[in-house]
Design a protein around this ligand. Sequence first.
Ligand SMILES: Nc1ncnc2c1ncn2[C@@H]1O[C@H](COP(=O)(O)OP(=O)(O)OP(=O)(O)O)[C@@H](O)[C@H]1O
Ligand SMILES: [Mg+2]
Length: 217
Amino acid sequence: MSGPQAPTGRIIRADGLAHRFAGTATLFQGLSFVLSPGDVLGVCGPSGCGKSTLLSILAGWERPAVGTLTMTGIERTGCVFQNPYGVPRRSAIDHVAFPLLTKGLSRRTAEARARETMALFGLTDVEDRPFRALSGGEAQRLMLARAVTSAPDLLLVDEPTAQLDIRTAHTVNATLGGIAASGAIVVIATHDPDTRAACTRVIDMPDYAPATEAVAS
Ligand SMILES: Nc1ncnc2c1ncn2[C@@H]1O[C@H](COP(=O)(O)OP(=O)(O)OP(=O)(O)O)[C@@H](O)[C@H]1O
Ligand SMILES: [Mg+2]
């Protein structure tokens, strides 16, 4: 479902992607997909199969060894990493409001908008707590709130529910779906069956692993 404000033509096309790093075997090959606003793509598979690598390629940090990636109408990409990081002494709300202040919003407006997004992720009670005092799951949701506040066209999220209980994970999954429904493309690397079920499409990375080569003994 595309939101009313989603510009037509926002699209990501991956054609025949393959990747390996120096020193690794080919992680995946022949990976093709088309993503448009409203899509929530789950990238699934065991540890080490290349989920984070695919996110890095979509973020433009890594060039695919083979294949082409075409992004049209993607101006802002938001990324949420596997390990939350923040400024230990700064308050949670500062982490979310700061990117808005750098865009020129007043502190009052930036904080109001930060509060709205933090509420979506169940963070209202920890707004004023310093980052170092947040639990792992709160810190992870704070990073999501920060990425979402800047209204990205493409949101890349690595293992968003790894540190969350089932109920909180469910809220996060629903919120990510809502963000896509309002016109973004969301890509989530995950092991979590509930997150997988919340995705509109799934790529199982092992389906794109090269056939195992015979090991010389
Ligand atoms: N910059 C790099 N240079 C060399 N090897 C790398 C690099 N980045 C990742 N790798 C290797 O590529 C493989 C895939 O890594 P990746 O981080 O994409 O896995 P993943 O599916 O996200 O795993 P996890 O579920 O543990 O997060 C791993 O074996 C990893 O060690
Ligand atoms: Mg990973």
